[in-house]
Write a protein that binds this ligand. Structure first.
Ligand SMILES: C[S@@+](CC[C@H](N)C(=O)[O-])C[C@H]1O[C@@H](n2cnc3c(N)ncnc32)[C@H](O)[C@@H]1O
Length: 267
């Protein structure tokens, strides 16, 4: 789904950066390129990237890091150039990882940040990157890039609309659109963000994924208020929103995931 919307795993500028780095390594300085994926979950982004033509001919070691190893495949089943380990991206990384990576990627950490600040994660990433290394941050933006659509313009999908309106207001998501500005404040260079719209045949898959996200957020809300009311009431809309996605109505959520890139200065 992400590949379908973005048309890449690694931003084209970052692919060029890695090819330049590899050429300069071949000219003298030994070593292998290092790519990290933080909050890697199942490691799916890394496993897709490893098989992608984007990295053909590049000598890369891939590292997946997550606070929990519960979704990791057992190390026996991993490709040789992939390793997975546990690490908390809200804490300072261990010294052995400082300045180690040419590229650090992170995707879908919005529920972790909520209404908070992305700065602690940016600082963590800056410590991991080599000078001149790139960050790529793929994120949904519930505030700016969410529309419920139906095939017939006069047909409504009230439950899906309410579900996603709630996602948009449950937290202050304004930090997502401001990622490039905040990265500049944190001393990154060349920061930019672009939205990427999925093809219409993929809208339903994105809708399902976002209904799962809505459910996760509804539990967060329930924990926050601890009264059973807020989260449960909202969660009650979700099965009805799935019904509205069915053939009879065909409602979908049009999302435009954003990709933000930035570079750590060369010192
Ligand atoms: C929505 S999943 C995203 C997984 C993956 N990035 C992807 O796009 O498929 C969020 C991930 O963040 C991880 N996570 C939550 N808190 C974390 C923390 N403090 N440090 C590192 N990872 C964390 C969770 O364990 C989970 O795997």
């Amino acid at each position: 789904m992400w590949r379908d919307a973005l048309k890449f795993f690694l931003h084209p500028l970052i692919q060029i950066h890695l090819r330049h780095k590899q050429e300069s390594k071949q000219r003298g300085d030994e070593g292998v390129l290092q790519v990290a994926d933080l909050a890697t979950g199942t490691g799916i982004w890394l496993f897709d990237l490893v098989k992608s033509p984007e990295v053909n001919g590049l000598n890369i070691q891939f590292h997946g890091l997550d606070i929990s190893n519960s979704l990791f495949p057992h190390s026996t089943w991993l490709p040789k150039n992939v390793s997975l380990s546990t690490s908390n991206l809200l804490k300072e990384p261990p010294e052995s990882l400082h300045g180690k990576f040419d590229v650090v990627h992170v995707r879908l950490v919005l529920s972790l940040i909520g209404s908070g600040s992305p700065k602690p994660i940016m600082r963590h990433i800056k410590m991991l990157l080599k000078p001149g290394g790139y960050l790529q941050w793929d994120e949904l933006d519930p505030r700016n890039h969410y529309d419920v659509l139906t095939p017939k313009p006069d047909e409504k999908a009230p439950n899906m609309t309410s579900t996603f309106e709630r996602v948009g207001t449950i937290a202050d998501w304004s930090w997502i659109a401001k990622l490039p500005e905040t990265l500049r404040e944190e001393g990154f260079e060349e920061a930019s963000q672009s939205p990427h719209e999925p093809n219409p045949e993929m809208f339903k898959a994105w809708t399902y994924m976002d209904l799962c996200l809505a459910e996760e957020l509804s539990y967060n809300l329930q924990r926050k208020y601890d009264d059973g009311e807020h989260g449960e009431k909202w969660r009650g809309l979700i099965p009805k929103a799935y019904d509205e996605a069915d053939e009879a109505i065909g409602a979908v959520l049009r999302v435009r995931p954003t990709v933000t890139i930035a570079r750590k200065p060369l010192d």
